[in-house]
Ligand binder design. Sequence first.
Ligand code: SF4
Length: 67
Amino acid sequence: MNQRLKVDMIGCDGHGVCAELVPELIGLDEWGYPVISASPVPEHLAKHARKAVTLCPQLALRLEAGR
Ligand code: SF4
């Protein structure tokens, strides 16, 4: 099943930890807030994506199942 990264922009405070952990899927805007790829997380990046979710200090990042 495909998974996509989603961010709660209200909870996020722009630490940028996620973008360091999985730069292939998360960039930062000019204010340091994440810009997340709309594409499904490829299998070879799944471990990094899960780590980014776990280490987000605001618990603002999640993986959602989808098609
Ligand atoms: S690690 Fe969490 S709080 Fe920091 S930029 Fe990413 S989503 Fe936002």
